[in-house]
Design a protein around this ligand. Structure first.
Ligand code: SF4
Length: 289
């Protein structure tokens, strides 16, 4: 046998896959099922279709509407839910709440609530830097005072912002730090601002380690739901550094990608479970042998 053929090197990003908040949410839901409880989730617990399917098989039912549940346990997902829905659930004595809102998201909710109810809030506006239609931001908005809480998505919106008064600026937990900082700098030119940085490090860490790995391998495979914003962002970052493919599962791998290369890097979004990453790694090993 010709010994000159080198084995394909597989490297996994230091920081990849389930983050603390997602791990906690999945564990809480599974523990409740194991205790024999009737468990519901308001919308998918995480942005990963395969993991949502696995949880469904464990009898965790996904609901789009709280009025469809008469009794049982309801898991609140990591990104939180609007305050009015939370209050409605609390009032229903037949429903028990398993609050899986990530503590980092909860912190942002508490900060917004405090900024919107303190004695000095009157002439101040709370700015949330984030995506208007993202469930986390929709929920965060509900903790602010109507008319005194505004979402700014990008630098153009920051430049066009016409509000009066001082600003308290918070961020969606998964915001890119550069976007947040640029928006703060623009708003600072016209207003007195106080910054409350509520960006979660998990997203940032995954992005930085994916970027580092992408710079040192021939190919990057990014694993995670196509509906997951943070996985898509990882794929974008990697693709600016090396040849990159975004797959949801092991079935997405094409053998031809691995031909004539020496190294492949793997990374995965915060909502991608370990078992999917392991399946992909195993398949690559099989192909390379
Ligand atoms: S990304 Fe951060 S804020 Fe979001 S669930 Fe994970 S740990 Fe929590």
């Amino acid at each position: 046998m010709n010994g000159s053929r080198q084995r394909l090197k597989i490297r996994i990003a230091n920081s990849s896959g389930f983050c603390f908040g997602v791990k906690r949410a999945v564990n809480l839901a599974e523990e409740a099922v194991e205790k024999g409880r009737k468990v519901y989730a308001l919308g998918p617990i995480i942005h990963n279709p395969q993991e949502v399917e696995r949880l469904k098989k464990k009898r965790i039912k996904i609901l789009a509407d709280i009025n469809k549940i008469e009794s049982g346990f309801i898991v609140l997902r990591t990104h939180g839910i609007p305050l009015n829905i939370h209050k409605k659930l609390i009032k229903n004595k037949n429903i028990s709440i398993i609050d899986a809102t990530c503590p980092f998201v909860k912190r942002a909710q508490i900060i917004i609530k405090q900024l919107s109810t303190g004695i000095n809030f009157k002439n101040k506006i709370v700015i949330i830097v984030g995506e208007k239609i993202h469930p986390e931001v929709v929920a965060l908005m509900s903790y602010g005072k109507s008319g005194k809480c505004v979402v700014v998505e990008n630098e153009m919106e920051a430049r066009n912002f016409k509000g009066h008064g001082d600003l308290n600026i918070v961020s969606q937990t998964t915001q890119a730090p550069e976007n947040f900082e640029n928006i703060v700098e623009i708003l600072k030119k016209q207003h007195k601002v106080k910054v409350h940085n509520t960006i979660c490090k998990a997203t940032f860490d995954r992005q930085r380690s994916a970027e580092k790995l992408a710079k040192s391998v021939d190919l990057m495979i990014v694993i995670g739901g196509k509906n997951s914003g943070n996985t898509t962002r990882l794929a974008q970052i990697c693709s600016t550094n090396t040849n990159t493919y975004h797959i949801e599962t092991v079935n997405g791998i094409k053998e031809k990608w691995l031909k004539n290369i020496g190294s492949v890097g793997l990374t995965a979004g915060a909502s991608t479970p370990d078992w999917i990453i392991k399946e992909v790694e195993k398949k690559i090993k099989e192909i390379s042998v």
